[in-house]
Ligand binder design. Structure first.
Ligand SMILES: [Zn+2]
Length: 601
């Protein structure tokens, strides 16, 4: 196929003294300069921290910042090794060191009897590695890369510095990730802490969490969205078992790490604890937590569902936990009565209007048992079912209205896709096609689907996860992938909480033939010569020869396809032509030029 566009690569190299201060050049060429003189050492600090490697999951522990100077050089990347990099805001590598997989332990055996040297390695479930890195003024973040150069962990320096808060000796903690379903950035990270568990109770605490978590994920809608969650536990050592009981005569006070107490605000069975301590420990252990639950090691029935949900660990504990998490995570109200005092109702499961309650769509479709039943936290409010909800009576189900709200709460906290491709706005040539891809985050027992729209027109026949776009015309197009969760748990979603969208701007350009910059092009009717010199600074000459007179257009483009300058746009006679291109006002880099000749096509 003949084309009337020809493209040649120009390399505009711009190297003189002032370029050393140009950030773009430093980003490409310089690794790092550590402070060299004694004055820098005065203000220098070392940051020490542990990274815990657990299967595919990495988390941080024991951050310590102390004065000192660590003159380690930047190491080159080595094959088969992990690396940790300290990066500046703009991505410069300020410091790098390599390390082996801490989950693989190497060993040597020397058998003196048989004079055999032997060695090997074992794979461990869990590994900890201590890093010491220099404090650098310009450091922005720390990233860890796998041997395949895949980024597997990242933390901001500001977050790291914030974690340099020593815990007091009573707050010894041990952490564990119990369930890991994916990147904490796109999971609901549920963090369990215990109070009133003494040093010998670590197994008890762990077993309590497992029992509660198993029960939670056996309950709808949590079971449908099990893989949207990670579960972590922080075992906090208390000096005594139980919690405070100021309601007893005489009152009982226990020395516990989180200072939990019954009879909070003089309300029987209501438990509260020191939330500042809880948040500090959460920040120091799993700073990306989304929801915190505290288990109280006390046989007396009780709980609370404020910003942190709390439950005792006795016989009804796991049902109390589901109920309290309904408050804390789903912003659900109690569907039983406190008393006769009317109050302000904000929850989705209570309404003063019994004729047209907030959950009217469920009544309209005839969902069994749904109506408007007198009493929902307050006497003048109504609840959706008489008794089909654990917000009313402890049981294994939520009513459909509460279940719908919980499904929305889950979806608010995650994106319905894991990643997408391409990661930036593409330029597509006529005649080519471009693949677009969405990796959905799939729930357990129903499907998340993707629909594709070009300039808001739905593309029928497109597969769910991928879309090939083969443009018919040049121009700019907007492609939108709408990923939506069509679960039957949700029938009313006026705020579009159950969908997420990814958008691309596509630039479609004419097809071109790319010419080797050194060999040029000669078709008989047109010869295009390599620009000279190349690389150049800042002038180069572009020449071509026409066999017959024609309309000629010559333009310079940057690598993103943007036209920078039109050098020629005129009718030219047969023969040799040339034009000078002066790039002194452009950034150094690689450019293309495109020659278009009227009657070639
Ligand atoms: Zn309910």
């Amino acid at each position: 196929m003949k084309t009337n566009f020809l493209l040649i690569i120009l390399i505009w190299s711009f190297i003189h003294l002032s370029a050393i201060t140009a950030p773009i050049l430093i980003a490409q060429t310089s690794l790092s300069v550590l402070p060299q003189n004694a004055g820098d050492r005065q203000n220098h600090s070392v940051i020490s921290f542990n990274l815990h490697f657990l299967e595919n999951f990495i988390f941080l522990g024991n951050v310590d910042i102390y004065p000192g100077y660590l003159p380690s050089p930047v190491q080159n990347n080595l094959q088969d090794e992990y690396s940790i990099e300290v990066l500046s805001q703009s991505g410069n590598i300020l410091y790098r060191q390599n390390f082996r997989n801490p989950q693989i332990a190497f060993y040597d055996n020397y058998d003196s009897e048989h004079q055999i040297m032997d060695g090997g390695f074992v794979q461990k479930d869990y590994g900890i590695i201590n890093f010491k890195i220099p404090w650098l003024e310009t450091a922005s973040r720390i990233a860890v890369y796998s041997p395949e150069s895949e980024k597997i962990y990242e933390i901001l320096m500001s977050d790291l510095v914030r974690k340099d808060q020593p815990m007091n000796s009573e707050q010894q903690v041990r952490t564990e990730t119990l369930i890991y379903n994916g990147d904490p950035d796109n999971r609901i990270d549920l963090l369990f802490m215990g109070d009133g568990y003494i040093l010998e109770d670590s197994t008890l605490f762990r077993n309590d969490v497992i029992e509660f978590v198993n029960h939670l994920f056996a309950t709808s809608p949590y079971n449908e969205y099990y893989n949207f969650f990670n579960v972590h536990l922080v075992y906090v050592v208390s000096q005594e078992r139980g919690a405070d009981h100021p309601e007893l005569q005489p009152p009982v006070y226990r020395n516990t790490a989180l200072d939990a107490s019954y009879n909070c605000n003089n309300i029987p069975r209501l438990i509260c604890a020191n939330e500042d301590t809880i948040y500090d420990i959460a920040q120091a252990t799993f700073p990306y937590y989304d929801e915190i639950s505290v288990l109280i090691n006390d046989p007396v029935y009780g709980g609370s569902g404020g910003s942190i949900s709390m439950s005792y660990n006795g016989g009804w504990g796991k049902w109390v936990f589901n109920h309290e998490l309904g408050h804390s995570f789903g912003i659900l109200l109690d569907e039983y009565l406190y008393g006769n005092q009317p109050g302000t109702v904000y929850g989705c499961n209570c309404d003063v209007n019994s004729g047209q309650p907030k959950w009217q769509p469920w009544i309209t479709i005839g969902s069994p048992g749904v109506g408007a039943f007198a009493g929902c936290s307050w006497t003048n409010y109504y609840r959706p079912t008489n008794n089909q909800c654990t917000m009313n009576t402890l049981q294994n189900t939520f009513c459909v209205v509460c279940g719908e709200q919980l499904a929305k709460s889950i979806n608010i906290n995650v994106l319905l896709y894991e990643y997408y491709f391409p990661v930036s706005n593409p330029t597509v040539q006529l005649g080519d096609s471009q693949l677009f891809y969405i990796e959905p985050l799939q729930p357990m027992n129903h499907e998340v689907r993707t629909h594709w729209y070009i300039n808001d027109i739905k593309q029928s026949g497109a597969a769910s996860d991928s879309f090939y776009y083969a443009p018919l015309n040049t121009g700019n197009y907007r492609l939108m992938a709408v990923i939506f969760d069509s679960t039957s748990l949700v029938i009313n979603d006026p705020d579009y909480l159950m969908l997420d969208a990814v958008e691309w701007q596509i630039t479609v350009v004419p097809s071109t033939e790319i010419i080797d910059a050194e060999s040029g092009y000669n078709s008989g009717s047109l010869a295009l010569y390599p620009n000279y010199p190349n690389p150049f600074n800042p002038m180069t000459v572009i020449s071509w020869q026409l066999a017959v007179g024609n309309l000629v257009k010559l333009s310079i483009y940057d690598l993103s396809g943007r036209e920078i300058v039109v050098l020629v746009n005129e009718e030219q006679s047969a023969g040799l032509h040339q034009v000078e291109f002066d790039a002194s006002r452009l950034a150094s880099g690689v450019y293309c030029y495109r020659l278009s000749v009227g009657s070639l096509s």
